[in-house]
Write a protein that binds this ligand. Structure first.
Ligand code: APR
Length: 226
């Protein structure tokens, strides 16, 4: 079966990585305009580097959980396209391959001057100059607000051809990710939402499985014969 899956911060919550919009979420402590926009980076790159060093340290300490591992198992039995809004590498460390990081990755660096991209191990210091142009304008290869998400052609195709579309651990507040379920349903997919609570787009789903991802995702994957 062709299954397209979108994950959000909620799938990594039980691995100890903070989500964004919970009461103790990242956006309660940091202003998006300061740490997640090109203008914020222009204004104060050191503040941005400090924010992403903290997130990289959290990601390095975290371990994949049963939900990440269940999705890797699912892909061994069905044609799965795994799309994530997350910038950690827990899907990969949980056994998934070809993960589509539509909001980029903490393990990638980007030069704000020449656009050069290179792999950035979690230990890398952001102030290293760009290996291509030499400018000291290295930023995380993360899609910030106001920037275009990556791999949208591939994502639209996967969503339009899926028989099942599932969203796991996302509040449905950020587009285009939040619009994928409606697009999948219009293309004929059955849509299922696996989340701790409802989301801003719950109306776009045929089925809802409320609970913690480490409980709901393995059960759902088992029901799909994986
Ligand atoms: N199991 C399942 N779902 C959970 C769990 C859990 N253990 N813990 C939290 N959730 C759910 C919350 O109920 C919420 O709906 O995960 C969702 C997390 O929502 P957000 O914090 O808004 O994260 P996300 O939807 O991934 O944010 C999307 O916004 O800030 C930008 O680029 C950033 O990719 C991010 C995007």
């Amino acid at each position: 079966m062709r299954i397209a899956i979108l994950t959000g911060a909620g799938i990594s919550a039980e691995s100890g990585i903070r989500t964004f919009r919970a009461s103790d979420g990242l956006w309660e402590e940091h202003r998006i305009e300061d740490v997640a926009t090109p203008e914020g980076f222009q204004r104060d790159p050191v503040l941005v580097h400090r924010f992403y060093n903290m997130r990289r340290a959290d990601a390095a300490r975290a371990q994949p959980n049963a939900a990440h591992q269940a999705l890797a198992r699912l892909a061994r039995h069905h044609q799965v396209t795994l799309i994530t809004q997350n910038v950690d590498d827990l899907h990969e460390r949980g056994g998934s391959h070809d993960v589509i990081h539509m909001h980029g990755s903490l393990l990638g660096a980007l030069c704000a001057s020449c656009g050069h991209r290179w792999p950035a191990p979690l230990t890398m210091r952001w102030l290293d100059a760009c290996p291509h142009c030499g400018d000291a304008t290295t930023r995380p290869d993360i899609v910030w607000f106001g920037e275009m998400p990556y791999h949208m052609e591939t994502i639209w195709h996967a969503v339009e051809t899926a028989e099942i579309f599932a969203a796991i651990g996302t509040s449905g507040q950020v587009y285009p990710a939040a619009g994928l379920a409606q697009h999948a349903r219009r293309s004929g997919a059955r849509t299922v939402e696996l989340n701790l609570a409802g989301s801003a787009v719950s109306r776009d789903f045929d089925e809802h499985r409320i609970g913690a991802a480490t409980q709901t995702v393995p059960a759902w994957v088992t029901e799909l014969g994986a």
